[in-house]
Ligand binder design. Structure first.
Ligand code: SAH
Ligand code: SF4
Ligand code: F3S
Length: 440
């Protein structure tokens, strides 16, 4: 037997890419590839890319440039581009970067083993189809023991919302929900391997409407069914769109203890004028009322969001409205971005806000968010939370895990990875909390 071939994967972008990278590694694993953390050792390097902002997309090309000497030293090295840049640019990538051997989009990566074989035979391939067949039906069963107690599980993919700034509907395609039974089977398999927390993924995960035995299921129903899986202790989901936040899902937050009290619900802007121009199809007021409803069901809900500053046409007054909305919601966590014009999106046709104005707004907004995040974290001191231990800490006898609210918590304990304990928070450092075990 020859040495196993080695695969190095670098993942950019969102959690769905993290999930996809695992599945691609599994698909190539069935063909004899083992993963390595060292690019220099690899027989194949796969970049699983993100197209969401210009910077993310350009990073891929600079990383490819850095692979050039490696390929020169090792001509048999195969280089593949997967993910959303692959989908958006396809063939163009081969023209711009002749060192690339294969280009595969997010909906066709089940064909990766065949493409790898072609690459080994010296053939270049590009596959950016949205195939008839479902990739999930053509991927191997999830193999081997997963050592981590948390896992992602894609339940829905793609987006039909076409926000004016966003490439995702083009790179991921139309909204598709995976059938209920397939998700339950994958979830049970992961739990058998030691997973105790699942994060259900979708570009618009709360628009989930997968086929069950008795018709379409909502995300709320799926969550309630997953909550019955023994050994699965925590359920999260991301990312949600405000317009798909159904009453049954809100109710589930009040009733299902395994559903964690942390919700990422991007709004992008607090100005109705800008929301309209973004084609978000809701107002700031509707978003605020929605959050009231969610907090009525689950008073301790920690809110998280995404914001874009400097969208074309954004005035100081529009920006102030965003700041007001942030103050009104009081986020536990939020991500913010300077608007980036993306090829093929409607907003890219419009005149941009001057870069220095957008930069200044981003700084102002991030200062407010940082203040809220810090306050939310410091507000945990003295409270009791549950912590799922994920790995040993840096100090001896210490474990690190995540609270229900996704804060990192350091605890001195002999409990193993995968254990969940009640913990009293005793102090707050800049990026984590420290706590003491109350009861296992
Ligand atoms: N499906 C999710 C998230 C998609 S992308 C949603 O509906 O919110 C993640 C975040 O990237 C978005 O929420 C948005 O804040 C940001 N983003 C998307 N396109 C962008 C662009 N062109 N420029 C800057 N930020 C962008
Ligand atoms: Fe992009 Fe909007 Fe779809 Fe989110 S809802 S993926 S921001 S188009
Ligand atoms: Fe990026 Fe594609 Fe995710 S563009 S954010 S990797 S869906």
């Amino acid at each position: 037997m020859s040495e196993p071939k080695k695969l190095f994967i670098k993942t950019y972008g969102c959690q769905m890419n993290v999930y996809d990278s695992e599945r691609m590694a599994e698909a190539l694993g069935a063909e004899g590839y083992v993963t390595t953390e060292v690019a220099e050792e690899a027989d194949m390097v796969l970049l699983n890319t993100c197209h969401i902002r210009e910077k993310a997309a350009e990073k891929v090309y600079s990383d490819l440039g850095r692979l050039r000497p490696l390929k020169q030293a090792k001509p048999d090295l195969k280089i593949g581009i997967a993910g959303c840049v692959a989908q958006a640019e396809g063939e163009e990538i081969l023209k711009r970067m002749p060192l690339v051997d294969l280009v595969v989009g997010p909906q066709s990566y089940h064909r990766l083993p065949a493409m790898a074989k072609a690459a080994e035979a010296g053939q270049k391939t590009v596959d950016t189809d949205f195939p008839e067949e479902d990739k999930f039906d053509h991927l191997p069963d999830r193999p081997k023991a997963s050592v981590r107690p948390t896992a992602f599980l894609t339940v829905q993919e793609g987006c039909d919302k076409f926000c004016a700034f966003c490439v995702v509907p083009y790179t991921r395609g139309a909204e598709v929900s995976r059938p209920v039974e397939r998700i339950l089977t994958e979830a049970r398999g992961l739990v058998e391997k030691g997973v105790r927390e699942l994060t259900l993924l979708g570009q618009n995960v709360n628009a989930y409407h997968g086929q069950g035995a008795d018709g379409d299921w909502t995300l709320a129903r799926l969550v309630r069914e997953l909550a019955r899986v023994d050994g699965l202790e925590r359920i999260r989901y991301t990312t949600s769109h405000p317009n798909d936040m159904g009453d049954d899902l809100i109710a589930a937050h009040g009733e299902e203890p395994k559903l964690m009290p942390y919700l990422h619900l991007p709004v992008q802007s607090g100005s109705d004028r800008i929301l309209k121009a973004m084609a978000r199809k809701h107002t700031a007021e509707q978003y605020l009322r929605l959050i009231e409803k969610i907090r009525a069901a689950r008073p301790d809900m920690m809110m998280s969001g995404d914001f874009i500053v400097g969208f074309p046409g954004e005035t100081d007054a529009d920006f102030d409205a965003t700041m007001d909305l942030i103050r009104a919601v009081n986020y536990g966590m939020a991500y913010s971005f300077k608007y980036s014009a993306r090829p093929g999106t409607p907003a890219a046709e419009k005149a941009p806000v001057p870069a220095d104005v957008a930069d200044a707004r981003l700084q102002t907004l991030q200062a407010l968010i940082t203040q809220q995040q810090r306050a939310a974290q410091e507000g945990m001191v003295g409270r009791e939370v549950s912590v799922l231990f994920e790995k040993p800490g840096r100090l001896k006898g210490q474990m690190v895990g995540k609270s229900d609210y996704l804060h990192a918590v350091h605890v001195e304990t002999g409990l193993p990875v995968g254990a969940i304990a009640r913990v009293r928070i005793v102090s707050s450092a800049p990026n984590s909390l420290a706590g003491e075990i109350v009861a296992a």
